[in-house]
Design a binder for this molecule. Structure first.
Ligand code: GLP
Length: 239
C-alpha cells in the first residue's frame, strides 16, 4: 500500500486530485469509480480548478459511482446523483451520458442491480476507484456482514450509517434506509484503488481496515488483498 500523510484535509484533497488527474492525463478515456460523502469534496474542488486552468480534459472520461439511496430521484438534493452533478459533473467537460450512478428510482431491485453490473462489465471494469471510508468500515454502502458481496445489491443501511449520514438530512428519520451499492467484487477488480480518509474520527477504522484482520465485519479490510492501493489521509487520521 502507498501511503500519503497530508498536513490536513485540504492538502489531502489536493493529493487525491493529483492522483486522479495523473490517471486522466495518462489514460484520457479512463473509467473512474467515484465516491460521495463529505471526504472527496475537496478533491473534486481541486479537479475543477485544474479543469478550469486548462490542465484536464474529461471529454473521454467515463465514471461509475459506488452507490445511491433507494427511492431518491436525481433531482432530490440528497441523492448521490445530485451530489455528483453539483460537486463535480456540472463544472467540468464530462459528458453526463458517460456518468453512471445506480438508479435509485428503480423499484425492482434485481433489475437495478443487474443493470448496474452490466454497466460496469460493458465498460471493462474500473481503472481507478476512489473510496471513502465509513466509520464502521463500509466502502460504498457495503456494510459489515457475514460475507463480501459479489454483485451490485440492495442494502439495508446499518443504524450507525443512518445516524452518520443524518447530518446531511433534516433529521435521521429522513435518511433513506436502503441503498443500491456496487459490490466488493467489482471494487476489488478495479485496477487501482485510491482511499481518502481524514480526521480523528477515521483513525480507529483506518487501523482496523488496513492493519487488522481481513473480515467482512470490516468490509474495507478486504483492500489489504488488492495489489494497488493508495491511502491518502491527514495527520489527524494517520498519526
Ligand atoms: C457514505 C457513502 C460512502 C462514504 C461514507 C463516508 O456512507 N456511501 O461512500 O465513504 O459515507 O462518508 P464521509 O466521507 O462523509 O465520512
Amino acid at each position: 500500500m502507498k501511503l500519503y500523510c497530508a498536513k490536513g484535509y485540504e492538502q489531502a484533497g489536493r493529493i487525491t486530485a493529483n492522483i486522479l488527474a495523473a490517471q486522466i492525463i495518462m489514460k484520457p478515456d479512463s473509467v473512474l469509480g467515484l465516491a460521495t460523502g463529505s471526504t472527496p469534496v475537496s478533491a473534486y474542488e481541486h479537479l475543477i480548478r485544474r479543469y478550469e486552468a486548462g490542465d484536464l480534459d474529461f471529454s473521454s472520461v467515463h465514471s461509475i459511482n459506488l452507490d445511491e439511496y433507494r427511492g431518491l430521484n436525481p433531482e432530490n438534493d440528497q441523492s448521490y446523483r445530485y451530489f455528483m452533478n453539483t460537486h463535480l459533473f456540472n463544472h467540468i467537460n464530462i459528458d453526463k451520458k458517460n456518468t453512471f450512478v445506480p438508479d435509485g428510482m428503480e423499484a425492482d431491485a434485481e433489475k437495478a442491480c443487474q443493470d448496474y453490473d452490466e454497466i460496469i462489465r460493458s465498460h471493462g471494469g474500473i481503472d481507478l476507484q476512489l473510496l471513502g471510508l465509513g466509520h464502521n468500515g463500509h466502502i460504498g454502502f457495503n456494510e459489515p456482514g457475514d460475507a463480501f458481496a459479489r454483485t451490485t445489491h440492495l442494502v439495508t443501511l446499518a443504524e450507525s450509517t443512518v445516524l452518520a449520514n443524518a447530518r446531511f438530512f433534516a433529521s435521521a428519520t429522513d435518511v433513506p434506509k436502503q441503498a443500491y451499492t456496487m459490490d466488493i467484487g467489482s471494487i476489488m477488480q478495479a485496477r487501482k484503488i485510491l482511499v481518502m480518509a481524514c480526521g480523528e474520527s477515521k483513525k480507529e477504522i483506518i487501523r482496523k481496515a488496513f492493519y487488522g484482520p481481513i473480515t467482512p465485519q470490516v468490509p474495507a479490510s478486504v483492500l489489504q488483498l488488492h495489489p494497488d492501493v493508495t491511502l491518502v489521509g491527514d495527520e489527524a487520521a494517520l498519526i
